[in-house]
Design a protein around this ligand. Structure first.
Ligand SMILES: Cc1cc2nc3c(=O)[nH]c(=O)nc-3n(C[C@H](O)[C@H](O)[C@H](O)COP(=O)(O)OP(=O)(O)OC[C@H]3O[C@@H](n4cnc5c(N)ncnc54)[C@H](O)[C@@H]3O)c2cc1C
Length: 476
């Protein structure tokens, strides 16, 4: 294959929620912009595996980069949700004190910290909590309401940022892992695994867990990223929980929560475990036990809830203790966006805007007059001939699947289709609808079922074509 060189003004490395938010904001300017992602699809690492809460930042370290971004994001979210039609539930979160000591911690530490972060919490009595959330532990003595918190669809958010950017002219290169970077005074050369070289005037490193390794490719050894695992259980049992239920947090994590999911069901978790392997997404008996133990203190019924799925995500923890956002020590034309640990989804509108402003100022970019911030409704009413229901658990029609397959950034994997439409997210987890989805991917996108991955390369659920039984003697 002949080596190829692509010239762009601004290049983003990493197709998680952060990189895609940056791409969208960059596409507002008169510039050529592109994103490189090494996986077959966007939103395939940490951005797909989190609690999906839009945090207010009430408990962020006051004065930190993270707290500043969360404050700016609070103002931007309503507009972003409307423009990109993101499924969102303004549930509010209730922090539950299961004893006098915890209530004192809320009053002495949590409420003053929230005030310093510009978030007002309202104290609740035990009766007020029980009235809205009768399943909460009878040991509750009181708590606080964090009114501004809500739950969102993280897959939709990431896909919508990227698709909106693509509709405004941005390019997304999938399966383009970055293997080499050299920073010059007026630009950056980026080598990728398929052999394509990118010459960019500026590059944004938003490679999540691997942002330290990407930085090292450019000669920047100034920070390290270590993974902190969070395991989750998903249940479809009716726990009667319509608000996020939080424990009083510890020093290293927000604790184990009970969280309604925007598209149905309830999420229990996450754990917080220091691990060393950036690809270790295993769930463990010990982790699941800890989740059940944790939720028992908040919502006793949740401890025995049946599981439809369990999964893990890895937080990207930086050695500096805060988010790292700004020019790399190797030169102004490489911008680091790293260590976006526990609130990357929540800060994404503000982080995308802030990084795009850094790029604008460095390259002296002008705004486009024709930027369209909106997305058409993706899962529109099914056309009459496409109205048959394919995902029975979530009542998702063939028309909805076809719209996702025909979008400007179509799914490259079965999980990509799941995240775009919600098919296979329900009780049966794809056991019933997967064959029909595979057939639609074959017909619409020409994908060979034998090589179609579930997620990563080589994970195809189809092993071989079905052979007719030898004894039938007739072609069926
Ligand atoms: C257990 C848990 C719970 C969480 N709960 C919440 C929550 O409720 N609310 C919230 O706001 N946040 C939450 N978060 C945090 C949030 O999920 C992250 O901050 C966010 O997803 C980080 O996004 P990202 O784009 O930086 O990283 P990622 O999603 O990991 O994206 C980085 C991308 O870079 C790509 N990449 C890496 N190396 C290369 C390379 N060499 N070349 C090309 N591409 C590369 C990767 O493949 C990946 O797609 C939680 C996280 C965890 C783990």
């Amino acid at each position: 294959m002949r080596a190829r060189t692509v010239q762009v003004d601004a290049l983003v490395i990493g197709g998680g929620v952060v990189g895609c938010a940056v791409l969208r904001e960059l596409s507002r300017f008169q510039a050529t912009v592109a994103l490189l992602e090494r996986q077959p699809d966007i939103c395939d690492v940490t951005s797909k595996a989190n609690s999906a809460i839009v945090h207010t930042g009430f408990d962020a370290p006051p004065g930190s980069v993270e707290a500043g971004l969360l404050a700016r994001a609070r103002d931007l979210w309503p507009g972003v949700i409307e423009e990109l039609r993101i499924p969102y539930l303004q549930t509010g979160a209730v922090m539950v004190a299961a004893g006098r000591q915890e209530m004192e911690a809320i009053r002495q530490e949590i409420v003053p910290k929230a005030e310093r972060n510009g978030v007002t919490l309202s104290e609740l009595t035990a009766d007020e909590i029980m009235e809205n959330l009768p399943a909460v532990t009878p040991e509750v003595v009181g708590g606080v309401l964090v009114e501004g918190e809500g739950v969102i669809d993280p897959f939709w958010t990431t896909r919508a940022y990227a698709e909106n950017a693509v509709r405004n002219g941005a390019q997304v290169y999938l399966e383009h892992g970055v293997t080499g970077i050299s920073v010059h005074a007026d630009g950056v050369t980026v080598e990728t695994a398929p052999g394509t070289t990118f010459q960019a005037r500026i590059v944004v490193n938003a490679a999540g867990l691997w942002s330290d390794e990407v930085a090292r490719l450019a000669g920047d050894n100034s920070f390290r990223i270590t993974p902190r695992k969070g395991q989750f259980i998903i249940t479809e049992d009716d726990l009667g929980i319509g608000q996020i239920v939080l424990p009083v947090p510890s020093k290293i994590s927000k604790g184990i929560l009970v969280t309604p999911i925007v598209f149905g069901g309830t999420m229990l978790g996450p754990t917080a475990e220091e691990v060393t392997d950036k690809t270790d997404l295993s769930t463990t008996a010990e982790g699941l036990r800890r989740i059940r133990q944790g939720v028992a203190k908040l919502v006793p019924d949740a401890a025995g809830a049946s599981t439809i799925r369990q999964f893990a995500g890895l937080r990207a923890v930086s050695s500096t203790g805060d988010y790292i956002v700004g020019p790399s020590p190797t030169g102004r034309r490489l911008i680091t966006v790293a260590g976006i640990r526990s609130t990357g989804l929540s800060v994404s509108p503000a982080l995308g805007r802030h990084v795009a402003e850094l790029v604008r100022d460095e390259l002296n970019l002008a705004a486009r007059g024709d930027f369209d911030p909106t997305l058409p409704e993706l899962l529109a009413e099914a056309r009459e001939d496409e109205g048959d229901v394919i995902c029975l658990c979530r009542a998702i029609t063939r028309g909805e699947i076809l719209e996702a397959l025909r979008s400007p950034l179509p799914p490259a994997t079965l999980d990509g289709l799941k995240r775009r439409t919600g098919a296979m997210l329900g009780d049966c987890q794809g056991n019933i609808c997967m064959p029909r989805l595979i057939e639609l991917l074959r017909r619409e996108l020409g994908r060979d079922p034998l090589t179609l991955p579930k997620n990563v390369r080589g994970s195809s659920p189809v092993v071989s074509p079905v052979r007719a039984p030898a004894s039938s003697g007739r072609e069926r």
